[in-house]
Write a protein that binds this ligand. Structure first.
Ligand code: COA
Length: 276
């Protein structure tokens, strides 16, 4: 059975908010409302109650990401079919699934999406193990960011992550303002950074990056320890983060810092307009 979709009206948005809040998609109701007002197409609902929160994944990629979807598994193909119209209307090329568990992925595959990347989730329960301190190499310090760091960190980020993952300037600038960002500096230059977010009593480490030329000297371990120490001081009960399954260097680094990999596999899936 097909499904109709339209941008959420006020009353419909009010019904989405508790679910979006539970999924920690937004820090506050004001943020959720600003998100909707700025671009109403990003909140789609059907008359039968299915809904999706969408967003552009990165400014340099024509991908619409499903940040959240509330829909029975057998209705996902119909939802995705309709969302492909939204993708086309926005002159984008692809639709990205939410990060879904292995058990849920078949419903997205049935919707014509194909797996893009396998992700591992790691979690640390703050009170179980104290954060082990990690020494910085001589000449390197960790400090809060300055506005002038934005360009340098954008370069570090692009050197550390591929096109799918790297931040565009708007996204990184938003993290400067909204999240807790710390910079590793050497000889006056930014060589790495971390990004951390706390919502309620759970925290997320959104980024750990060290410029390729500065790796292998303990900067990554020190940045990680500093961020975990900060998050513990905020009272966050758990710290979670995601990394690519194939990223063995970071997985080993996280394991040494007391982060444990959660069982199961998470996946992003994607469907392209060009394959239609
Ligand atoms: C992961 C990352 C932050 C580590 O930074 P770093 O400054 O090299 O980290 P450290 O020097 O503290 O090294 C951490 C460990 O990884 C090892 N390591 C570092 N680079 C490595 C490499 N290229 N190959 C194998 N091992 C490596 C180090 O030997 C060290 O292990 P040890 O403690 O047993 O000696 C960095 O490689 C990076 O920015 N990668 C790209 C972005 C990324 O993957 N971020 C994390 C996932 S979101």
């Amino acid at each position: 059975m097909s499904l109709d979709l339209h941008p959420a009206r006020n009353d419909e948005a009010g019904r989405i908010w508790p679910m979006a809040k539970r999924a920690r998609l937004f820090g506050s109701l004001a943020e959720f409302e600003a998100f909707r007002t700025e671009a109403p197409w990003r909140l789609q609902v059907s008359s039968s109650g299915e809904c999706a929160v969408l967003d552009r994944w990165r400014e340099h990629l024509a991908i619409v990401a499903m940040r959240g979807a509330w829909c029975a598994a057998d209705r996902i193909p119909a939802l995705v079919d309709r969302l492909m119209h939204v993708v086309r209307d926005q002159q984008m090329t692809s639709l990205l699934s939410p990060l879904v568990a292995e058990e849920v992925a078949p419903a997205y595959r049935a919707a014509g999406m194909h797996p893009l990347e396998d992700i591992v989730v790691l979690r640390r329960v703050s009170r179980q193990t104290p954060v082990a301190p990690a020494a910085l190499p001589p000449g390197v310090r960790i400090r809060p960011p300055l506005p002038a760091d934005l360009a340098a960190l954008l370069e570090v980020d692009a050197a550390c992550f591929n096109d799918f993952w790297r931040y565009d300037i708007d996204k990184l600038a938003r993290h400067f303002v909204e999240d807790r960002l710390m910079v590793a500096e050497e000889d006056g230059a930014a060589i790495g950074y971390t990004l951390a977010t706390v919502i309620g009593d759970s925290a997320t480490l959104g980024r750990l990056a060290v410029a390729p030329g500065a790796r292998g000297r303990g900067v990554g371990a020190a940045l990680l320890a500093e961020a975990l120490g900060y998050l513990e001081r905020t009272g966050a009960a758990t710290v979670s983060l995601c990394t690519q399954r194939e990223n063995v260097v970071s997985r080993a680094l996280y394991a040494r810092a007391g982060l444990r990999e959660l069982p199961g596999k998470l996946q992003f899936l994607i469907r392209d307009v060009s394959g239609e």
